[in-house]
Design a protein around this ligand. Structure first.
Ligand code: C2E
Ligand code: MG
Ligand code: MG
Length: 361
């Protein structure tokens, strides 16, 4: 056996041993897992510092790949880590330079097409004029912890906007995404209460979107935190529902107003035949679950009339997507909100198109 095979074998044995459940008492079993990074000397480096740094990089990769695994250091991995490091720095500096802003996308009730709210979505345009998509910067912002500052910025911006819209007759509920890391912060409930009080906005105008995985995993005292938000009058939605390991038990225990069907299910419906596809069945099941638990179901990523009709027939409560309008700047969307809040556009089959023109021009 050569050196790397031997190292791999030892690492695997360690990982397997660590993954065995530990019984603390009759009722309590603890599961731990090991994420192991491996590097070799002299191929990857000749001094202790370099080798430790390499092993750390590989261990980090093992964690982001899902934990409970062994990963070898490589030059590509090093390159990727460097890029991530640079992106992390760019996010921090971009934030300090004020390159981030919030856009809003409307959400509609499907029986009457009346506006039920908007979702606040973070946008980043760098000083070079490049738009960076949340899917590209969010994972790094989560790794560096910057996500907490970004989420706080979005809450603050949304509160300013809620107050402004309220004054101008465009008052509606604003859904705000909250990351698991931010929820994890011990002072989060008091901080949110302070921001709401500072801006003097009705807390019922705010709804927090928590991703399914955040609601399920990791966040300590999640039930207490969500209950504290609910007690303040802030709503709670489970975002990207159906994409993580759904446990129905947590739905029973969490104070949840809405389930947001992930747009990957909706976008799979391209033709009439797809209405019998596994994705369509998932949507049907989520809508039935929402009905049975008395939780509003919102479908995300609705782009076509066919998808809308399918959701309508199922009895899905609400929808958001490019069919109704893309996320837009607050001042761009404001005239549309004023008209929609006042109910000036009558219900008709062509309404989504009318709404889209109003929202995006
Ligand atoms: P999300 O919360 O599920 O947001 C919905 C995403 O779907 C948004 O992408 C929105 O622009 C996109 N979308 C809406 N309608 C359509 C459609 O018809 N077709 C398609 N293809 N896409 C549609 P976006 O803005 O790129 O955000 C991606 C994700 O990044 C969000 O998913 C959310 O998880 C995260 N995110 C965005 N803003 C924030 C934030 O302020 N804080 C946190 N923690 N996460 C955020
Ligand atoms: Mg969301
Ligand atoms: Mg979502």
């Amino acid at each position: 056996m050569n050196f790397s095979d031997a190292a791999q074998s030892i690492a695997e044995q360690l990982r397997t041993e660590m993954a065995r459940p530990i019984r603390l008492s009759r009722q309590q079993v603890v599961n731990v897992s090991a994420s192991i990074g491996l590097t070799s000397c002299p191929a990857d480096g000749a001094d202790v510092n370099t080798l430790l740094k390499n092993a750390d990089t590989a261990m980090y990769k093992a964690k982001t790949d899902g934990r409970n695994r062994c990963v070898w250091f490589s030059d590509e991995l090093n390159e990727l880590t460097l890029q991530r490091h640079q992106l992390g720095k760019a996010i921090q500096e971009g934030f300090e330079r004020g390159e981030f802003r919030v856009e809003y996308q409307p959400i509609f009730e499907l029986q009457s097409y009346s506006l039920t709210g908007v979702e606040a979505l973070l946008r980043w345009t760098t000083q070079d004029g490049e738009d960076v998509a949340p899917r590209d910067f969010m994972p790094v912002a989560e790794q560096t912890g910057m996500i907490c500052k970004l989420d706080a910025f979005v809450l603050d911006s949304a509160c300013v906007q809620i107050a402004e819209w309220h004054r101008r007759g465009a008052g509606c509920r604003v859904a705000i995404n909250v990351s698991a890391l931010r929820l994890q912060q011990p002072g989060i409930v008091d901080e949110v209460a302070a921001v709401i009080a500072r801006h003097k906005v009705p807390s019922s105008r705010i709804e927090f979107e928590v991703s399914e995985s955040a609601a399920l995993l990791g966040v300590s005292n999640i039930i207490e935190k969500l209950e504290a938000f609910t007690a303040m009058g802030v709503g709670v939605s489970i975002d990207d529902f159906g994409t993580a390991f759904s446990s129905l038990n947590y739905l029973k225990n969490l104070p949840v107003n809405c389930l947001k069907v992930d747009h990957s299910f909706v976008c799979a419906i391209k033709t009439k035949e797809d209405e019998l596809s596994p994705d369509a069945r998932m949507i049907r099941a989520i809508v039935a679950l929402g009905k049975s638990l008395d939780i509003t179901v919102i479908a995300e990523g609705v782009e076509t009339q066919l998808q809308l009709q399918f959701l309508h027939q199922l009895g899905c409560d609400e929808a958001q997507g490019f069919l109704f309008g893309k996320p837009a700047a607050a001042d761009t969307i404001e005239p549309a909100l004023v008209e929609l809040v006042a109910g000036k556009i009558g219900a008709s089959a062509s309404r989504p198109t009318t709404i889209r023109k109003l929202v995006n021009g």
